[in-house]
Design a protein around this ligand. Structure first.
Ligand code: SF4
Ligand code: SF4
Length: 358
């Protein structure tokens, strides 16, 4: 294996079987380097990285690999350390490889996108900075990924590709600019809007009035983003923004692909305290999985094996009817014993209210 001092991961060793015939391919290791949040680079950063890689590596780079890392492909064992030392000196760090917390990813978000409902890059940095040790020293059952998308469009594919998906959302009413709606109707025609926006709302939560105004049944809108994507000038997320957290998404391994399961339907992420809460939740989940996961078992697979109720109990989260198993579809809260459970729920809400006003 190949590594740099103090680290247990971040390098994919490659030794060639045809090294005798092609000496330059003899040692051709890949270094995974963590990208900046949102993948924003300055030209100065790129030049600096390029210069170091020309000095110590093959010059071949992938922006970015499937893992989200910058992949510096082709260094000898000796130069792996030199390259790392140099880029680390001016601020870059290796990403994860092996059974550890992997390199986190976030969408371009608020920096460039009008749909953003969260401070994607702040969330990304809080999580990554807290779990740096777990990135560099593989000691977990298998890989664990954090991904952050600023809205339910989920440009990072966080729900299907990460163990801990943070998705920006809103809980008040969608913002509607009726003048812009009229402009869309004028430009595209009524029939087009009816066929392509109104009829395609999965919960039939929107209608178009005779004078070309939008009426949104916000209570039944499931934040699928379709209408906002088609009419971005007229429709925007509301003001009461926060995030939804889904756990256990992954590609095929022990069992087939899994989408993340909603574990926190909505939480605000504004104060330092809120950020501490999300980091603590990450610690709780990773700690529970580290103790209960089998070797080579992702969190989603562990949840399937031990049952969601045991998982929620293990991480200390109460069941909430807003939790859904399949995003946008079904609540996983069972309806038997409903009256009793409803009474418990209202009791809990009463207590929360009393504590808040005390
Ligand atoms: S996930 Fe949402 S906020 Fe992020 S880039 Fe995509 S559309 Fe924009
Ligand atoms: S976001 Fe989706 S669910 Fe909500 S109103 Fe628009 S199309 Fe319907």
């Amino acid at each position: 294996t190949v590594s740099v001092y103090g680290y247990g991961g971040g390098i994919i060793p490659r030794f060639s079987e045809v090294g005798k015939s092609f000496p330059e391919s003899k040692e051709f290791h890949t270094l995974r380097v963590q990208p900046p949040a949102g993948n924003f680079y300055s030209t100065a950063m790129l030049r600096q990285l390029g210069d170091s890689w020309e000095k110590y590596g093959s010059g071949l780079v992938t922006f970015h690999g499937q893992t989200g890392n910058i992949m510096f492909i082709g260094a000898t064992t000796e130069n792996t350390q030199h390259f790392f030392d140099e880029i680390n000196e001016y601020g870059w760090d290796l990403g994860g490889a092996g059974p550890c917390v992997r390199t986190a990813m976030s969408c371009v978000g608020a920096a460039r996108c009008g749909m953003s409902c969260a401070h994607e890059h702040g969330i990304h940095r809080h999580l990554v900075n807290n779990f740096t040790d777990d990135v560099h020293r593989p000691a977990l059952p298998y890989k664990f990924k954090f991904k952050v998308s600023g809205c339910p469009n989920d440009c990072q594919n966080a729900i299907e590709r990460s163990d801990f998906a943070v998705i920006g959302t809103w809980r008040d009413d969608m913002k509607v600019n009726q003048d812009e709606i009229k402009n869309y109707v004028k430009k595209k025609g009524r029939q087009y809007i009816l066929d392509n926006v109104i009829a395609r709302c999965p919960t039939q939560a929107i209608s178009l009035t005779d004078n070309d105004e939008f009426v949104v049944d916000n209570h039944n809108c499931v934040r699928c983003m379709h209408c906002l994507n088609v009419m971005p000038k007229a429709l925007h997320p509301g003001d009461d923004k926060g995030v939804t957290i889904l756990i256990g998404g992954k590609r095929t391994l022990k069992i087939g692909d899994l989408m993340g399961t909603v574990v926190v339907p909505f939480m605000k992420l504004e104060t330092e305290e809120d950020y501490e809460k999300i980091v603590e939740m990450g610690e709780e989940i990773i700690g529970f999985w580290a103790e209960n996961g089998l070797e080579h078992e992702r969190t989603g697979e562990m949840i399937e094996r031990i049952g969601l109720v045991n998982f929620l109990e293990g991480i200390g989260i109460d069941v909430d009817p807003h939790m859904v198993n399949y995003p946008r579809q079904s609540s996983y809260v069972r309806m038997d014993g409903w009256d009793e459970e409803a009474e418990k729920w209202f009791e809990k809400k009463r207590e929360e209210k009393q504590t808040a006003s005390a």
